[in-house]
Design a protein. Structure first.
Length: 465
């Protein structure tokens, strides 16, 4: 039956219902036909209205990657995800002189909002409801930025975010890192910074780049809300995946380099601006700090101050093949410092190599969550995914830092980390992990001795939705 015939049939059925009324109003055939046409047209109008509403209706989705609301033309979108990491951190055999804090903590509690306002504007807004590693709960904003999408090869980002020189492991989402805490090179690089950058992908996705100007965060930290020293930093990154579109052994190979150069002036102020870093272990305990302010009648004269240029360079590489994953990076951080009339440049170095393997056969990736082939089901056959990993890294402090810029009886000249991890993913959104890190030190104790070995045991339950 034709579409027209169907409409006529529906109109006829509708008209029959009113046949008695039609008969009393005007029994002629012409009048009945006229009323059939009116009903038929009303059905057409109703269908047009329904089609128009369907065309404009937004699509609401919920799944392993969170919630999303998308307009019918897919130009307007709002996404919501959440990350919760509940940790336990315990130190084995730490001497009474150190007495590290064994604790349970909420390492991260993030609500992650992102989306697009048309094809041109994108945004990310991530409030953090925990204070991070060691402090008390408190709300803050970790990332907030806007993307102006001129072209896949040219997008401008403005706001607070992880810049080009943040480091390969740090650019990986916190939900996707393999160990409970990131490796030691992270603490020689800035975390998040305020600024503007241009980035994009070229050569069919084989090459990504980013470059911009930033306030200039100190090593291992987020930038402060204001640029206290009125100095800035230029940073850039180039990363190549030459075999990304060519299935084969090297398809998961990526390598690149990031670099940043800027200038910093000033010293740390108690309860105020922090210009100079302290370097910490994977257990989040400081093992190196520049000499503090001298004692005396306030205001005390600081012993060490930033006095000029800082340059950071970060070669990086990853390789993923089936269930195997490898990530490696190296960092140099060179900074000009002044102490009691002496000015010099100190260069600190760090590296980290980590390898992981999914024993249950899932594919390893850089940024995506592990998706179990057989998710855990109560009373069923699925047991989720199981992953193991190991890493080794180190931070090497410039020997010229001692004793003019740091106290060798309190700060170590080198820290070497050895770690192992085992993680269970019952589903894509849940991870249960434990890892052990052993850190050895050169120096850092009175009388020229070595700081005691640090043995840290971590446990984590993660929800990433």
């Amino acid at each position: 039956m034709s579409n027209h015939s169907s409409k006529r049939g529906l109109a006829l059925v509708a008209a029959v219902a009113f046949l008695p009324t039609l008969a009393h109003a005007d029994p002629s055939a012409d009048a009945l036909d006229q009323r059939l046409k009116i009903v038929e047209r009303q059905l057409e109008i109703n269908k047009e209205d329904a089609d128009a509403k369907a065309k404009d209706a937004a699509t609401v989705k919920a799944g392993e990657k969170g919630f999303s609301i998308t307009s019918a033309d897919e130009k307007w979108q709002l996404n919501f995800r959440a990350l919760l990491q509940a940790d336990g951190r315990f130190f084995i055999g730490d001497p009474a002189s150190q007495n590290f804090n064994d604790t349970f903590l909420l390492r991260r509690g993030e609500a992650q909002f992102s989306g697009s306002l048309g094809k041109f504007v994108g945004f990310v807004f991530i409030p953090q409801f925990t204070a991070g590693s060691n402090s008390t709960p408190g709300a803050s904003i970790t990332d907030v930025y806007v993307d102006l999408k001129f072209h896949p090869a040219a997008t401008v980002r403005v706001g607070r975010f992880k810049g080009p020189i943040a480091g390969l492991e740090n650019l990986r989402s916190s939900g996707a890192i393999k160990f409970v805490e990131r490796g030691l090179p992270t603490y020689l690089l800035p975390a998040r910074d305020y600024g503007v950058q241009l980035y994009g992908t070229v050569l069919g996705g084989a090459l990504t780049y980013s470059g911009g100007i930033f306030n200039g965060a100190r090593d291992g930290s987020d930038a402060t809300a204001t640029d206290a020293d009125n100095r800035h930093e230029l940073a850039a990154r180039v990363f190549a995946e030459p075999f990304k579109s060519s299935p084969g052994f090297f398809q998961g190979l990526g390598f690149g380099v990031a670099a940043g150069k800027g200038s910093k002036l000033g010293s740390n102020v108690a309860g105020g601006n922090q210009v100079l870093p302290s370097y910490v272990t994977t257990g989040q305990n400081a093992f190196f700090s520049y000499s503090p302010a001298a004692t005396g009648t306030p205001p005390a004269t600081p012993t060490v101050a930033a006095a000029g240029d800082q340059t950071r360079i970060n070669p990086q590489l990853y390789f993923f093949r089936n269930s195997f994953g490898l990530l490696a990076e190296y960092v140099t951080s060179k900074q000009t410092l002044a102490s009691q009339g002496v000015t010099t440049s100190l260069t600190h170095k760090a590296y980290n190599v980590e390898a992981t393997y999914l024993l249950t056969g899932e594919d390893a990736t850089y940024s995506q969550p592990v998706k179990p082939r057989h998710p855990y089901t109560v009373g069923g056959d699925g047991w989720g995914a199981l992953e193991v990993g190991a890493r080794h890294g180190a931070i090497d402090i410039d020997d010229d830092a001692f004793p003019a810029f740091a106290d060798p009886s309190k700060s170590a000249s080198k820290a070497q980390d050895y770690g192992a991890v085992i993680a269970w993913y019952p589903t894509t959104n849940v991870k249960v992990a434990t890892n052990f890190d052993l850190t050895r030190f050169d120096g850092g104790a009175s009388g020229g001795g070595n700081r005691p070995i640090e043995r840290a045991l971590f446990a984590r339950v993660q929800l990433w939705y």
